[in-house]
Design a protein around this ligand. Structure first.
Ligand SMILES: Cc1cc2nc3c(=O)[nH]c(=O)nc-3n(C[C@H](O)[C@H](O)[C@H](O)COP(=O)(O)OP(=O)(O)OC[C@H]3O[C@@H](n4cnc5c(N)ncnc54)[C@H](O)[C@@H]3O)c2cc1C
Length: 445
């Protein structure tokens, strides 16, 4: 059986590793962190069908719950908007527990895990990715799965001619700071416990405060890298609005980058596939990527198992890419287009959108999950036209919504040119059109 290398213990890579090892492949995984320091100091939510899609049993210790989010526009005279809970309860899990669980399943399945080994670059032989260079030496494999996350040194060191690499540009990622503070129990419980502040402090981004039973969870996100003083100011600002937030840091306090853009146009080349954040597979409006990673890892493992020739070349791996775009990428791209209007809006305009009733709770609920199709289908476009009429007195909002309508139409045409079978010329044409389109709608500062 073939030798599979999984670079980085991202969620999609772990899912693929488990499934391939169970199918009899020899799988080696290289993770930079030590075994006792896996995951992140934060609790995240992900979709109810995440484990069932991958046909992996969740840990019985994983909790499920409903996050009921309330949006607060900057203008305090505009009423906040509370999003109803989804029907299916999400998983809400500490990321250290999730990582420890997935790594333990990988070990049980027979994956050879190299902890504390940093992947540095791909090893290229001819037109193929043939291995990885790490700080512990070089390793060769028949197929390399890139699960190193958003800053993957594999993706970013691939030759341009492999068509996979894409530079991270403005508004493709958000810069986050996440920290847990104690809870001031001397003040009454807040009316809403998941408060999301759009354009908090008037800056490009958002912040939230989630009030849990015994602690509070603060997140600051910006389209640019905020300095420490801006983070402190935002924390103070959130604390003023939420006196239940204590001042004692109890967990987390780290910075990270979250992709919020369209996925890579091409995910594969000979001997290589990107999965999860290394391929920008998140829900673009909120940067949640655990569910997409699990699903993509499952599709990738099935594609590798079904490659009877065992070449793991672009032609064979194209099945992974096509199924990903059909099931997930197409909706994610539409959400990326929708997200793209945010940088064009000022804080006042965001408040005006709420004031004019241009977004409904159902619409926000749909875009906060990956149910883009629900709002960006034919009916959605009719409702977008109605919104343009409602906004007729506000030229900026009207123009932005009109652009959105045009962008969605253009993307539908580009999507129709996706080559369902791999052909290098067609693939080059596709990725050029795809990248040029998203560049054309990006706000230039
Ligand atoms: C503040 C914050 C909040 C989030 N909230 C949510 C949420 O609520 N729901 C949700 O679904 N998603 C959320 N996400 C996004 C989520 O973390 C990712 O989308 C998801 O984990 C998929 O990414 P990944 O598993 O591919 O990569 P990652 O989670 O980045 O994992 C990459 C792995 O590779 C390892 N690695 C990295 N570089 C190397 C290297 N050079 N060599 C070896 N190993 C390496 C890392 O240590 C890590 O183990 C959040 C992210 C952040 C930062």
């Amino acid at each position: 059986m073939a030798n599979i290398i999984v670079a980085g213990g991202g969620n999609g890579g772990l899912v693929a590793a488990i499934k391939l090892a169970q199918a009899g492949f020899k799988v080696s995984l290289f993770e930079s962190k030590s075994k006792d320091n896996l995951g992140m100091a934060q609790t995240d939510a992900f979709d109810a069908d995440t484990f069932s899609y991958a046909d992996i049993l969740p840990s019985p210790d994983f909790k499920r719950g409903a996050n009921i989010i309330t949006f607060f526009p900057l203008d305090k005279s505009v009423a906040p908007l509370t999003i109803p809970a989804l029907d299916e309860l999400s998983f809400i899990v500490d990321r250290r527990d999730l990582a420890n669980y997935m790594f333990s399943l990988a070990e049980e399945a027979g994956v050879d895990i190299h902890y504390e080994t940093a992947v540095k670059s791909p090893i290229i032989l001819g037109n193929r990715v043939a291995g990885i260079s790490t700080d512990k030496g070089d390793f060769y494999g028949d197929m390399i799965i890139d699960a190193c996350g958003v800053n993957s040194p594999l993706r970013s060191n691939l030759p341009d001619s492999f068509l996979v690499k894409r530079e991270i540009k403005n508004y493709d990622v958000i810069y986050s700071y996440r920290a847990y503070f104690d809870k001031n129990k001397s003040v009454p419980e807040p009316e809403t416990n998941y408060n999301l502040y759009l354009r908090n402090n008037g800056n490009e981004g958002f912040s939230w405060l989630i009030t849990e039973e015994d602690r509070t969870d603060a997140l600051i996100c910006r389209f640019y890298r905020p300095d420490d003083s801006e983070i402190l100011e935002s924390l103070r600002n959130i604390q003023e609005e939420n006196p239940q937030m204590g001042m004692q840091l109890t967990d987390g306090g780290g910075r990270a980058i979250i992709p919020i853009c369209q996925p890579l146009g091409i995910l594969v080349c000979d001997g290589y596939a990107a999965v999860g954040d290394s391929a920008f597979m998140t829900i673009p409006l909120k940067g949640s990527g655990i569910t997409f990673s699990f699903k993509a890892g499952t599709i990738l493992a099935e594609t590798i198992i079904n490659d009877d020739n065992g070449f793991y070349d672009t032609e064979a791996l194209w099945a992974y890419q096509s199924r990903f775009f059909k099931e997930i990428g197409s909706g994610a791209c539409r959400l990326a287009i929708l997200k793209n209007i945010l940088p064009y809006l000022t804080a006042t305009e965001v408040s005006d959108i709420f004031r004019l009733g241009l977004v409904t709770t159902e619409e926000i609920s749909a875009v906060m999950t990956d149910k883009a199709a629900a709002i960006l289908n034919k009916n959605g476009l009719t409702s977008l036209k109605n919104k343009i009429k409602i906004a007729s007195d506000n030229n900026t909002i009207k123009d932005i919504l009109s652009s959105l309508l045009v962008w969605l139409g253009k993307f539908t045409v580009i999507e129709a040119s996706y080559p369902s079978k791999y052909d290098r010329k067609a693939a080059i044409k596709w990725v050029e059109k795809y990248n040029d389109f998203f560049d054309s709608i990006r706000k230039i500062d």
